[in-house]
Design a protein around this ligand. Structure first.
Ligand SMILES: *Cc1c(COP(=O)(O)O)cnc(C)c1O
Length: 376
């Protein structure tokens, strides 16, 4: 069976982990964490980058930094992973769902303004498949209404919008290094602070609400509990693994793009005869080949496609159950627009395998796609 995902190892992970072990510094914020922080700042242009246990943890930090209170509202897309909304709901805020655009499947910026109320505190956008949201329009709406912008850039590392790296365009950004993403640490993530604004507070939130980071820099004599926070930092073993990955991140992206381009060229004939729709990447967005997906004609067609691919030895998957129709989304959230696009595409989207090492099997996958399309 050709799996949907296989985590890629650069080959240096184990020796870096051995070095971390030999360094004798195993808790967080050691040399490997600093190396990852520096790389993240350099590639994103953010003022500060902080490793976390996950993108989910980074979003939960963002919710604490926004000082959300019960009843506050955060505008989010419904077509996304659970924690884009749950991170804010955990603080008692209400996720307010709006529909996505039919082309990029990103939040429809033209629907945001109508969803704003006096309780709205922030907009959390998701760069689906590593393709940017319309950030100029979103930042303008946020500025007009005094809202913060959080980027769930879990899928967006090394992607850009009009030349700007995703994750450092909004006030706060979150990356994921989960093993299904492009650059991995098993479980891992990072919080980015675009400018100085949240930076000092972010260090405090991440260190259990203490000013421990300032203490280690000699800026205060003793460290103490100063605010709400939790333990959001990973240990050095995780950072050592990630350090090996970030060194290879450009090469990983280039190799993923080569696979993505093969899928895209191959799928054109199927799009031309109406069997599927291919991903759309606006010309001002440079993407990172996080995902290759297709939109099939119907839910039934998708079910048949996935079954047929499995019979041919290729694992394909779909996502997401729209959050506005999930049990917790209904209980904790609010719908603020028609959800026509979200409801439609969530039934029809299928994801194809895309991982480094797939190259020798790609021809088999592409032949299987032709076969499965023919049976629709
Ligand atoms: C993967 C993903 C997350 C969660 O990332 P973790 O690191 O597993 O917490 C959140 N949002 C989106 C859009 C994702 O794709």
């Amino acid at each position: 069976m050709i799996p949907f995902n296989r985590p890629y190892m650069t080959g240096r992970e184990l020796s870096y982990i051995a070095q971390a072990h030999a360094n004798g510094h195993l808790s967080g914020d050691g040399p490997f964490t600093r190396k990852c922080h520096q790389w993240l700042r350099e590639q994103s242009g953010a003022h500060m980058a902080l490793l976390t246990h996950s993108c989910t943890a980074a979003l939960e930090m963002a919710a604490l930094l926004l000082r959300l209170e019960p009843g506050d509202e955060v505008i989010v897309p419904s077509y996304t992973f659970v924690t884009t909304a749950s991170a804010f709901a955990l603080r008692g805020a209400v996720p307010v769902f709006v529909d996505v655009r039919p082309d990029t499947l990103n939040i429809d910026e033209t629907l945001i303004e109508a969803a704003i109320t006096p309780r709205t505190k922030a907009i959390c956008v998701v760069h689906y498949a590593g393709v940017a949201c319309e950030m100029d329009a979103i930042l303008a709406i946020a500025a007009k209404h005094g809202l913060r912008v959080v980027e769930d850039a879990a899928q967006g590392i090394l992607s850009t919008y009009k030349g700007k790296p995703l994750g450092a365009i909004g006030d706060l950004g979150a990356y994921s290094f989960h093993e299904t993403k492009n650059v991995i640490a098993g479980e891992g993530g990072a919080l980015l602070c675009r400018d100085q604004d949240f930076a000092e507070q972010a260090e405090i939130v991440r260190e259990k609400g203490t000013n421990r980071s300032r203490f280690f820099r000699g800026q205060v004599d003793k460290y103490t509990w100063v605010d709400l926070g939790s333990s959001f930092l990973p240990g050095e073993i995780t950072a050592a693994f990630l350090a090996a990955q970030v060194e290879m991140a450009d090469s990983i992206t280039a190799q993923r793009l080569a696979l993505w381009d093969r899928y895209h060229a191959w799928a054109k004939k199927h799009e031309d005869n109406g069997s599927l729709r291919r991903p759309i990447v606006p010309s001002h967005c440079r993407h990172n080949a996080h995902m290759y997906y297709a939109l099939l004609p119907s839910l039934e067609a998708r079910t048949r496609f996935i079954t047929n691919m499995r019979e041919q030895g290729v694992q394909c998957v779909f996502h997401y159950i729209p959050l506005h129709s999930a049990p917790a989304g209904q209980r904790l959230g609010r719908v603020a627009s028609d959800m026509g696009v979200t409801d439609d595409i969530s039934d029809r989207l299928v994801r194809l395998p895309l991982w480094l090492g797939l190259e020798p099997h790609l021809e088999q996958v592409l032949q299987a796609v032709d076969e499965a399309i023919a049976t629709l």
